[in-house]
Structures are given as C-alpha cells and as structure tokens.
Design a protein around this ligand. Structure first.
Ligand code: NAP
Length: 289
C-alpha cells in the first residue's frame, strides 16, 4: 500500500475532505445581500405551477451577458486549464502499454474504469432511459460546461507512431466526435487540420505553454480541457499549467501500465484537494489552485 493512500474502497460514504497546503488560501468572494436577492428573485427556480407559469414566461433565462456591465459572465474570470473525468485504477494506472488499433488503452481493459460514467443518465452514448442521476451523473454532465477547446496528446488521438503514412485516420470517435470545439493534438508529426461534424482537429508541435496560449485563444474566453493521455497530463502538470483536475479512482488495482501518480497525495503540494466516494465505488478526487 502506498503511504497515505487507504485502499479500502468503502471506507467513507458521502463524505468529503479538504486538505490545504499552508501556502494556499481559499479566497471566498464577498456575496452582497443584493446578489442573494437578485438570485432568488430571478423566477427560474420557481416550480412551474399554474399560478406562476404565465409569470415565468416573462422571466428571462440566465444570460451570458447578465452582468452589471453587460460583459459576458464567462469572461469575468480568467480562463482555466482543466483535466476532467480522468480515470485511474486504485494504484494510479490510467492506460496500458502496447496500444494498438484494436486496444486503444493497450493491455488495460477500460471497462471497469469507465463503467461509472456509462451508467449515468448524462452519458452521451446512452440510448435507453434509466441512468443514475447522482454524483457520477453530475460529474459527467459537467464535462462540456464552459469548455471552448481541448488539448490532447497524439497517442490519445491515434495508435500510430512516427510520420503519417496516410491521413485517413480521423481519431477513434467516428463521424461525430464528442468534443464539439477545436481540438489541438500535440505531435511531432504535423498534418493538415480537418473537421468532423462540430469538431475541428488541429495538429501542433509546440511547448505546453505555447499550445495552451493557442488553445485559450481558440476557446474565446471559455476554459480549455486537457484531455490526456497520461504523458501529456504529466507534461502540463510539470509545467505548472493545470488549474483543475478531476480524477476518478476505481476501487481496484491494475499493477502495471502508464501511471498518473503513486497516490492522490502526490499533488497536494500544488493543489487544494477534496474527494468524495460515490455509491458506484468510484472515489472522485478534485484538485484546484
Ligand atoms: N485514463 C484516462 O482517463 C485517459 C484519458 C485519455 C487517454 N487515455 C489513454 O492514454 C493513452 C495515451 O497516453 P500516452 O501517455 O501514451 O500518450 P499521450 O499523452 O496521448 O501522447 C503523448 C505523445 O504526444 C506527443 N506530444 C506530447 N506533448 C508534445 C509536445 N509538447 N510537442 C509535440 N508532441 C507532443 C508525442 O507524440 P509524437 O512524438 O509521437 O508526436 C508524445 O509521445 C492511451 O491509451 C489513451 O487511450 C487515458
């Protein structure tokens, strides 16, 4: 067992912990009474009863330009680089070695690491009703929230190595990739950009900070997702560029493979840290700075 990493999967239920390094302070914004009144008088929180239905029709939905200055709300805070829904085994393995066309995760079976997401109501590929609507669902639902671009490594994009011998490969995701934003694939082997449905893939040979600058520009004020794989996440962490991480830890070990960490405590020197154990058995770890 890694020091500080309790491996018992069901040690806590619905609890959270917050561990802060001494140099970090949480800055709580001051909430003015007028903000509270404004929030609760918007009308959108009201139940659509017969009495208020007509009234609600005239209440504007929250708007991205609803700030006192008319400035879009998402521009009122700096853009962030986020890792979302990144799954690892209890011993920190995020992917297997020996990736092939048939096995995008190499020797690791991604099923047990991802089934929590597939079981939710918000899972994009869900065709039948009845998915879970608890904490896992909230996390899956948040995946696209305020994301304007993604950065990924070339092995997340493709199983091929070295210079492209053909440009037929368009990623693992079919004709309708789930990103719906510009996606910047980091690679030493460039090729022309292309679009599939609402997603455009661009190929970049750039340092992490340069790639982030380009992706932030493309995201037009929204946040940028760092989509993996393991090498790329570690590279951006090493460069100090990641601001939020959500890591979903499965309750079993894999043993060997590409490892994100030895224990969640590895990141506590740089990030605030909270975790919550879902009834699915996944322990969700949130890091931010
Ligand atoms: N657990 C999860 O949630 C999760 C999420 C996403 C992906 N994955 C899995 O992770 C595995 C891929 O991870 P990985 O660590 O092998 O590879 P990766 O991070 O996807 O890609 C690494 C490669 O990207 C290119 N690259 C990265 N930074 C670069 C830079 N600054 N400039 C130019 N090129 C750069 C290099 O490839 P070249 O030199 O070949 O161009 C490098 O070898 C796959 O099995 C994938 O399915 C897991």
């Amino acid at each position: 067992m890694m020091p500080g990493h309790d491996k018992r999967p069901h040690r806590r239920r619905w609890t959270s912990s917050c561990i802060r390094s001494p140099v970090q302070e949480v800055h709580a914004p001051r909430i003015w009474p007028s903000d509270v009144v404004r929030f609760y008088t918007r009308g959108n929180h009201q139940r659509p009863t017969a009495d208020n239905a007509a009234q609600n029709r005239d209440v504007p939905m929250p708007s991205t330009t609803d700030s006192p200055t008319g400035e879009p709300l998402h521009r009122r805070r700096p853009q962030r680089l986020k890792v979302q829904n990144f799954f690892v085994s209890q011993d920190g393995v995020a992917a297997g070695e020996d990736q092939t066309l048939e096995r995008p995760f190499g020797h690791v079976d991604p099923g047990p690491l991802t089934q929590w997401a597939g079981a939710t109501d918000s899972w994009p590929n869900r065709t039948d009703p009845g998915g879970s609507r608890g904490v896992d669902d909230h996390i899956v639902r948040d995946f696209t929230h305020n994301i304007g671009a993604e950065i990924m490594g070339s092995h997340k994009f493709s199983p091929f190595r070295g210079p492209w011998t053909s440009e037929d490969w368009k990623g693992w995701w079919g004709d309708d990739p789930p990103f719906r934003t510009p996606v910047f694939v980091l690679t030493h082997h460039l090729r022309p950009s292309f679009s599939l449905s609402d997603t455009t893939f661009h190929f970049l040979d750039a340092s992490p900070s340069e790639a982030l600058r380009i992706a932030m520009d493309a995201a037009q004020g929204k946040d940028v997702r760092l989509g993996g794989g393991v090498t790329t996440v570690l590279e951006f962490l090493e460069a100090g560029l990641v601001e939020d991480l959500h890591i979903a830890v499965a309750p079993h070990d894999i043993g060997s493979g590409l490892r994100l960490w030895t224990s969640p405590t590895d990141f506590e020197d740089r990030f605030h840290h909270e975790s919550v154990l879902s009834p699915s058995g996944m322990e969700h770890h949130f890091f931010w700075r």
